[in-house]
Write a protein of this length. Structure first.
Length: 428
């Protein structure tokens, strides 16, 4: 089957199921494509999803009835064509147009053909319209996200352009593993470029990451961004006792903590049954874990814990590079809903484990999900205090860029560490 058709089947699925996670759809459907096509299809899917708002804007400028007239498959093909036309060197040439037209179903062929020719004819005017478009359209962000990004820049002193460019970059993947010699040999054999982050003991793999998927499936390594690793490094530094990881699935923070200190006893729980099953598979060979399902808003896990890791569910805006669908899907409503759950979980954690330190983190930077949560919950728990300053030396030692507020620390972009943006607060 044509590579264009196989690409369109994946994006069609994504456009039809707006609630589903793009990466999960891609991982599921890519296995139906011939091996040789997979890297290119993966790259196109990421590029199109990362530019969805922009491509939609251009398409509506070509034909304002675009959404009404095009079914998801045709829309996927139009997005790819516009991506070629406006964002690649290759450009949309006659032969690509013909190849794309040839795979579109007969009922949509004449509309699709007309659309592509029209886009080619109007290429210059469309480029001008795009040039004058608001920033969120040019960079393909949901309009409600830009103020949050600007706010973080205002606080941290970073330029908005730099921040938007960083968040729009292709993702780089950090591989952690049990046997680096074996992993390095494998990567060299596959001619994949990588480099080692010495301080964090992980390998950074470039955009051909897709070619390492089988190594992950075999259990030779796992993916964990540098900032996510940082949480485990902090946890290791501040405790030698029992640890309860309250929103733990799929378990990467617990796993890294266990590699750093194989003697720590870790109880890893999560409210999502499916995710708990996945976590059991990745952690089950280790005896230092107890794993089960539990709701951090209302349950109390038996036992005495020195430290609670509370990596709360959030908007995940800090991980936009590897979850590009977040750019167009997340708005203020989602952020407020997440903040409300986070407050509920943190309040219940304080109530249920009064003696335990709590390491709160979210892979987001909106004030609602970060400082506001801590402020609100601390105001009702006067016996607790914020001790984030105690973890700053370690964050510095590991080389992260950060901005420290009165209540927590915002992990900022770092070119070499390729850090996702996180917020961390230590409460005792
Ligand atoms: C950011 S993810 C955790 C990632 C994990 N800590 C890791 O490093 O692999 C947030 C998790 O919170 C879980 N979650 C959401 N609501 C929860 C609740 N009420 N109680 C416990 N876990 C919850 C989600 O299922 C999700 O797995």
């Amino acid at each position: 089957m044509s590579i264009y058709h196989n690409y369109a089947l994946i994006i069609k699925e994504y456009l039809k199921n707006r609630e589903d996670n793009f990466k999960l759809i891609l991982n599921r459907k890519i296995n139906d494509c011939p091996k040789i096509q997979r890297p290119r299809i993966t790259a196109w899917c990421y590029e199109v999803v990362r530019r969805e708002v922009t491509l939609n804007f251009i398409a509506l400028n070509v034909d304002e009835k675009f959404i009404k007239k095009s079914e998801p498959y045709v829309r996927a093909m139009i997005f790819l064509a516009l991506y070629f036309l406006f964002f690649t060197e290759k450009k949309l040439k006659g032969n690509i147009v013909n190849a794309l037209v040839s795979v579109v179903p007969l009922r949509a062929k004449s509309y699709f053909n007309w659309f592509l020719r029209q886009s080619l004819r109007q290429e210059k005017e469309l480029a001008c319209v795009l040039e004058k478009a608001p920033l969120n359209i040019k960079l393909s962000f949901h309009e409600e996200i830009i103020p949050f990004i600007k706010n973080l820049c205002l606080k941290s002193g970073l330029s908005v352009d730099f921040m938007l460019e960083y968040l729009n970059k292709e993702p780089v993947f950090h591989l952690k593993c049990f046997d680096y010699e074996k992993l390095e040999k494998e990567l060299i054999k596959r001619k994949l470029s990588f480099y080692k982050l010495e301080k964090l003991d992980s390998l950074l793999v470039n955009e051909k990451f897709y070619q390492t998927m089988d190594l992950i499936k075999q259990g030779l390594c796992y993916v964990q961004n540098s900032t996510s690793q940082l949480i485990s490094y902090i946890a290791n530094k501040i405790t030698k006792g029992n640890v309860l990881d309250l929103c733990a699935a799929p378990g990467t923070k617990s796993l890294t903590l266990s590699l750093l200190n194989p003697t720590i006893k870790i109880t890893a729980v999560d409210s999502n049954k499916k995710r708990v099953e996945i976590m059991k598979k990745s952690l089950d060979q280790k005896t230092q874990f107890k794993i089960f399902c539990s709701d951090a808003r209302k349950d109390k896990v038996k036992g005495n814990y020195d430290l609670i890791i509370l990596d709360a569910p959030c908007s995940s805006l800090g991980t936009i590079r590897k979850n590009p669908d977040i750019k167009s899907k997340i708005g203020i409503k989602d952020i407020r809903e997440n903040a409300s759950v986070q407050k509920e979980i943190l309040s219940h954690t304080f109530k249920s484990y009064p003696q335990s330190k709590v390491l709160y983190s979210v892979c987001s930077f909106t004030t609602n999900e970060t400082d506001d949560v801590i402020k609100d919950v601390l105001s009702q728990n006067k016996q607790r205090k914020n001790c984030t300053k105690d973890i700053i030396p370690l964050i510095k030692l590991l080389g992260f860029n950060f901005y420290e507020s009165d209540l927590g620390v915002y992990i900022l972009p770092h070119e070499e560490l390729n850090s996702d943006l996180f917020y961390i607060s230590l409460l005792i």
